[in-house]
Design a protein around this ligand. Sequence first.
Ligand SMILES: Cc1cc2nc3c(=O)[nH]c(=O)nc-3n(C[C@H](O)[C@H](O)[C@H](O)COP(=O)(O)OP(=O)(O)OC[C@H]3O[C@@H](n4cnc5c(N)ncnc54)[C@H](O)[C@@H]3O)c2cc1C
Ligand code: FES
Length: 339
Amino acid sequence: MAGIVKETPFVKTFRLLPSPDGPFLPFTFVPGQFLNVAFMIGGARMNRSYSISSSPAQREYVDLTVRREPRGAVSRHIVDLLKVGETIEAGGPIGRFTFDGTEADSVVLISGGVGITPMMSITRYLTERSWPGEIFFIYQCRTPSDFIFAGEFAALERDNPKLRVTVAMSRPEGTDWKGPRGHLTKELLAQTVPNLAARRIHLCGPPSMMDATKAILAELGVPAERLKTEAFGAIKPAPAAPGTTAKPTAPATGPLVTFSKNSKSAKIHADQTVLELSEELGIGIEFSCRIGTCGVCKVKMTAGEVEMAVQDALGPDDKAGGVILACQAKPKVDVAVEA
Ligand SMILES: Cc1cc2nc3c(=O)[nH]c(=O)nc-3n(C[C@H](O)[C@H](O)[C@H](O)COP(=O)(O)OP(=O)(O)OC[C@H]3O[C@@H](n4cnc5c(N)ncnc54)[C@H](O)[C@@H]3O)c2cc1C
Ligand code: FES
């Protein structure tokens, strides 16, 4: 890691260089994609996903911008303890929450809090490329001191005459904030973006902000296919490490799950996922988001059938090859997985 910048009291940007040393990154990415990083913390391996906030036009580095969650296992490790010069294990890039200017002739980027990170990569890239389309950048945070990347917007707007930035503060009391106050409203979105329903929209932020904004966009007549969203993780705390999931008390009566590499089998509880059962048995399937986005929990299923509410992280090759997302997989019949 080559540099750390404090963006707000709880958010820092970490600049990663290629390792082993080389002038250029060993991968390319599309703005909006993320990396999966892994750390050993308290003797346990933990994975988390972080969107790349820098532009893919910068081939020498990637920036990750991380918010310190008050009780978060990994974000506190990153924000409080990481030092320049340390090596970080990172996989990817992955993700389909992308926009590189080829998908539409204008774009509306709506974010809240640390959900600004993919939007920043997109905006920086489109600006560097002198993309001719209009960019409506709409951001919500609590106070002016929580406005991540605040210092960069004047330069971005100067460099990009097609960039329109609107920032709303939900708790500006006691500050000299002169812009919109409160949460994003139907009126604000409709006034800020002419012909909103006809444009491509990206949305990323805290769950409550995303739910409220989705409802507003539906009221404004935005068709579902024009709206791309990315959630940053489980609302409830994820267990810290494999083996730490509380064991259900009632006996399991569901289909039998066999973890072939560990030579262990057990019946699954009602509504339990393959990942949760693996944690109960101490199998050690790795995970990050637990919402079907990151792909860290991919395992190959060699027999059986599962249902998965979300399969965002599976590509056509995965599906053809019998790969499932353990965090989403609920067995319909007895299954066997390579774990
Ligand atoms: C595709 C994707 C992209 C992402 N991009 C970013 C990004 O760019 N920047 C970023 O900062 N994050 C990003 N995230 C979120 C990130 O991956 C982590 O989920 C986040 O950093 C929290 O991880 P953690 O280990 O600190 O928290 P965890 O330990 O996993 O805890 C999860 C949440 O529960 C809370 N919690 C934990 N323990 C308790 C407890 N005992 N009681 C009550 N609450 C508790 C934590 O405060 C936290 O909010 C992204 C996630 C995804 C899926
Ligand atoms: S843990 Fe992220 S897709 Fe399953």
